[in-house]
Design a protein around this ligand. Structure first.
Ligand SMILES: [Zn+2]
Length: 337
């Protein structure tokens, strides 16, 4: 069951009897505006003491790595243009003004090691391709040991968040050619990264408005998402779901346009446990206007709070119950001769 976050002990603020008047001190804790208190000057010390004690209840601070190396296709939303932070990085920096979170932005795969990862509470991937090759963006490659360090880091109790093309990363047997194999499930023979993140990207069709049913409104970040939501987005057709995922959203695939979606409904967001650690994935995040969408941002905040262990949630495996035919993939389109 979800337990209360450690910083919500707010009501004690209003149990304090404040004599009267003079400067109005706005109190902000963890980005949340709590209201104004009025103090006599000699009550300012009391106020400072109060603020100090309240800070003990503030949202925990976290350091997160946002890793965006593109060994395959590079998305514009994570691209570094003219030395400026990417669009997605600006959104994370905004979230960092509302929560005590700092982000390191990197495309350097060579840094991945146990010592490097130990500096973060969670790692966020928006990546493509085989990250052990320099590939499209030419940024330094990850070593195989660096890839293993990521798995060990999460297993030890840390967090991982995969966004959008995080499932278009480390394809099984390097299926980058998108042949018939790309449309098959490989289960235990899938790449270790596919089994770690809980699924794999096959292909996408043209951008369109598609409806996603919210499966677990109790999961952090989904309280205001409604019974379902529908966005114009580049929707991924996904496969090879691990049987232990707890599905958060399911897309109305048969109702969508295009060959990639000629299949039964399947998950588009899920979580799973990796050892003592927590893995979150959502297929959303291609378009700029998804990043500014409050539903997506709430989901992102919930994902960070859950993977960094600010909040807990029950995540029983539910794939069979909520998307029973999810392992049926779209038909492989025979190449035109
Ligand atoms: Zn995309």
């Amino acid at each position: 069951m979800a337990k209360s976050p450690p910083h919500t002990n707010r009501y004690e603020l209003f149990d304090v009897t404040i004599p009267a008047l003079v400067p109005i001190i706005p109190l902000r804790i963890g980005g949340g505006f709590l209201g104004c208190l009025m103090f006599k000057p000699n009550a300012v010390l009391l106020a400072l003491g109060l603020a100090a004690s309240l800070s003990l209840h503030a949202e925990p601070a976290h350091k997160l790595l946002f890793f965006t190396k593109s060994s395959g296709f590079e998305h514009s939303v994570i691209s570094w243009k003219t030395g400026q932070p990417s669009f997605a990085e600006k959104i994370f920096n905004e979230l960092g003004t509302k929560h005590p979170w700092t982000f390191e932005f990197s495309k350097d795969g060579s840094k991945f090691s146990p010592a490097y990862l130990a500096g973060f509470d969670a790692v966020i991937f928006y990546t493509t391709g085989d990250l052990t090759s320099a590939g499209t963006d030419g940024q330094p490659a990850m070593t195989p040991e660096g890839k293993q360090a990521l798995f060990d880091y999460v297993k030890s109790g840390k967090g991982f968040i995969g966004l959008h093309s995080a499932t278009d990363t480390f394809h099984t047997a390097n299926e980058a050619k998108k042949g018939e194999d790309r449309y098959a499930n490989h289960g235990k023979d899938a790449d270790s990264y596919v089994q770690f993140i809980g699924g794999e990207f096959i292909i996408h069709g043209s951008q369109q408005v598609a409806t996603n049913k919210v499966i677990d409104k109790a999961f952090p970040g989904f309280a205001d998402a409604g019974e379902s939501f529908a966005f114009n987005e580049e929707w991924y057709s996904l496969k090879d779901f691990t049987s232990d995922i707890h599905v958060l959203t399911v897309i109305d695939a048969p109702g969508m346009k295009g060959n990639p979606y000629q299949r039964p409904a399947y998950p588009t967001s899920w979580v799973r446990q990796e050892g003592k650690g927590r893995v979150f994935y959502t297929a959303m995040g291609h378009r700029d206007d998804i990043w500014t969408n409050p539903v997506f941002q709430n989901i992102l905040v919930g994902a960070i709070r859950w993977t960094t262990r600010d909040v807990d949630a029950a995540i029983p495996p539910n794939l069979k119950a909520v998307a029973p035919e999810a392992m049926t993939n779209p038909p492989f389109p025979e190449p035109k001769k």
